[in-house]
Design a protein around this ligand. Structure first.
Ligand SMILES: *[C@@H]1O[C@H](CO)[C@@H](O)[C@H](O)[C@H]1NC(C)=O
Ligand SMILES: *[C@@H]1O[C@H](CO)[C@@H](O)[C@H](O)[C@H]1NC(C)=O
Ligand SMILES: *[C@@H]1O[C@H](CO)[C@@H](O)[C@H](O)[C@H]1NC(C)=O
Length: 490
């Protein structure tokens, strides 16, 4: 009884503690939800990372209409110690006639800040121009109404490389769904998709350079250039990589896309982008512009396999899964012309009907958001599907063994259905033979959650992989999934 009461209080505290705003950047999350907490447990956190990269990313922030947000975002990018090895420069492009000056950003050191007061409003084209002026190979792009947590940005950069054909885009679930359904294939030549950049995206400077030069070759009009975001992913002729975000909406000011007029403008420019792409392939020997090697466009085949991905809150890490996040629907990506994109999306959305509910309300990101109340839920796990938890750049740990911990409603699925493997820093996969232990944690009157863990007798672990060895049609939820160390108390 006392134990239950204590668990209940602990969970409540954890939830209260979670109510975290961007100004309260204390990221310590509990190592266990059991009470009393075992003092030998330490949660893997931002302090458990190595920082050995040279900062090689320029953050490009467009000032649209929310000066206080721009100051808050820039200050975090300039000063957060987690971003020291990521952000080389914060480039603020001010599209408005009111000048911005360095005095507006007292927390940003001189050499980390560049401000450009644009004589005219270039709209979204501005961020690509700013990126072409970067002296770093990578650009991080976002609008002024979102706060991207430092650990998320660090994870984006850790996963990104010059090998990527396209960018990685952070999107909230409703936009991730829309991107998932805005993918299209025509024969094997056209294979493209759509994703916004404003919620946070990492791209290469080269992409920005080549994209602007392709728009130029296509004789894009002034208005089309201004709406460059609507063209960026579609014209690359690749499927963009999408991550469910952990973004924090800052609000304030005036959004750019308002009401039906804004949506209509977006649809018009997305359609225009598909026509441009179609035109590039509509001749007897495509590509029909730019000789045999037009800029930016990827001509090789591209895989459409969709892996769900979400960055963690509380430490730089990525959770990914091959579980189908849209079961039941019959999603169709093949068409006879890329200009059918929006029609195809509408048809796919209709065919999915109710099965988008879990994608929208129980997204993968909820398993790694530090909040034990929210959950990732699925009833579509098949044999050989996996969940992979990537610690990215773990530092040598001050503990004796490492544990993967899962807070779930279905301990039997975890104990019976999965094979557990770890990947060492030297890159080898090894099966874990240890037993999975589950203990119940009380949560309110309606639901009991179970904290399950499996131990790996090593500290040099960089990834955990859970593979289903049977089909698991039962619905189950993962409320949290994290890594902790156990220190032998001597
Ligand atoms: C974060 O919170 C923990 C627990 O309340 C506290 O021990 C720690 O000192 C805090 N860290 C910072 C940087 O405020
Ligand atoms: C940022 O842009 C908006 C308009 O687009 C403007 O109203 C605001 O004043 C700008 N901020 C500064 C400091 O100029
Ligand atoms: C762009 O304009 C030039 C000059 O008018 C023209 O020669 C070229 O064919 C146009 N390119 C496209 C893709 O329409």
């Amino acid at each position: 009884m006392l134990r239950t009461l204590l668990s209940c209080v602990a969970l409540l505290l954890a939830i209260l503690f979670y109510a975290r705003s961007p100004s309260n950047e204390n990221t310590s999350l509990p190592a266990t939800y059991l009470v009393p907490a075992d003092p030998s447990l330490i949660r893997f956190s931002v302090d458990s990372q190595t920082k050995n990269r040279v900062a090689d990313t320029t953050a490009v922030i467009l000032n649209w209409s929310r000066k206080p947000n721009v100051i808050r975002i820039a200050s975090s990018l300039c000063t957060d110690s987690l971003l020291e090895d990521t952000i080389a420069l914060v480039y603020i492009w001010n599209n408005s006639p009111n000048q911005l000056s360095r005095q507006d950003f007292p927390l940003c050191p001189e050499n980390k800040l560049r401000i450009y007061n644009s004589p005219s409003n270039l709209y979204f084209q501005a961020r690509f121009i700013a990126c072409t002026e970067a002296t770093t190979p990578f650009c991080f792009i976002q609008d002024d109404d979102y706060f991207i947590l430092p650990e998320v940005l660090s994870a984006l950069r850790s996963r990104y490389s010059l090998e990527h054909e396209a960018g990685i885009h952070l999107l909230p679930p409703h936009e991730a769904l829309s991107s998932h359904l805005k993918r299209i294939r025509v024969d094997s030549k056209i294979h493209t998709g759509f994703a916004w950049l404003g919620h946070g995206a990492i791209i290469q400077r080269n992409h920005a350079v080549q994209f602007l030069s392709l728009l130029n070759l296509l004789n894009a009009s002034v208005e089309e250039l201004k709406m460059a975001d609507n063209y960026f992913t579609l014209l690359s002729n690749t499927f963009p990589e999408i991550w469910f975000d952990q973004g924090i909406e800052l609000g304030g000011g005036q959004p750019f896309t308002v009401g039906e007029e804004g949506n209509e403008r977006n649809r018009r420019h997305i359609m225009r982008a598909t026509h441009m792409l179609q035109q590039i392939f509509d001749c007897s020997q495509p590509p029909c512009i730019g000789g045999s090697d037009p800029p930016y466009l990827i001509l090789e085949e591209s895989s459409s396999a969709w892996i769900g991905r979400a960055p963690c809150l509380g430490c730089p890490c990525v959770l990914e899964t091959s579980i189908s996040l849209l079961p039941g629907g019959n999603t169709q990506f093949d068409a006879s012309s890329v200009t059918e994109l929006l029609g195809l999306e509408a048809r796919n959305l209709r065919s999915l009907g109710d099965s988008t509910r879990e994608f929208l309300n129980k997204p993968l990101s909820h398993a790694v958001d530090g909040n034990p109340v929210t959950a990732f839920c699925t009833s579509a796990a098949k044999k050989d599907d996996f969940l992979l938890y990537d610690l990215l750049n773990p530092a040598p740990q001050p503990w004796d063994s490492t544990e993967l911990v899962i807070l779930t409603d279905s301990p039997e699925v975890i104990m019976k259905g999965w094979k557990f493997e770890v990947n060492f820093i030297n890159g080898q996969w090894v099966s874990l033979t240890e037993k999975v232990y589950c203990t119940s944690v009380f949560q309110g009157s309606s639901q009991t959650l179970h904290e399950c863990h499996i131990q790996a007798a090593s500290i040099a672990i960089s990834k955990f992989r859970l593979t289903f060895h049977i089909d698991t049609p039962k619905r189950f939820c993962i409320h949290e999934l994290w890594i902790r160390g156990r220190r032998e108390l001597r």
